[in-house]
Write a new protein. Structure first.
Length: 115
């Protein structure tokens, strides 16, 4: 499943960014989605996930209260609103789609937070 991410960039600490991830799927397809991030030399880590209807969300403790995951199923798109960004949020952010027991990754988008 092709996933196209956008919205990364550079921001100062305390700033905000919104990431988007669009999936090339029929809007009637039911799937969960999430965001992971990776710092060079470290393992990819979970950031947030959302169920198909958006009623269930989950966040890593490090981003709770600062990041919000949402989705627009009419556009087959998931968003990650990132507020109060910290330098330690600097990473490549990847979206992930779960469907029928399989998972796909986006290409990644760089987020850089300067102090």
């Amino acid at each position: 499943v092709p996933l196209v991410e956008s919205g990364g960039g550079s921001v100062q600490a305390g700033g905000s960014l919104r990431l988007s991830c669009a999936a090339s799927l029929r809007t009637s397809t039911r799937y969960a989605m999430g965001w992971w991030r990776q710092i060079p030399g470290k393992e990819r880590e979970f950031v947030a996930a959302i169920s198909y209807k958006g009623g269930q969300t989950d966040y890593a403790n490090s981003v709770k209260g600062r990041f919000t995951i949402s989705r627009d199923n009419a556009k087959s798109t998931v968003y990650l609103q990132m507020n109060s960004l910290k330098p330690e949020d600097t990473a490549v952010y990847y979206c992930r789609l779960f469907l029928d027991g399989s998972a796909w990754w986006g290409q990644g988008t760089q987020v850089t937070v300067s102090s």
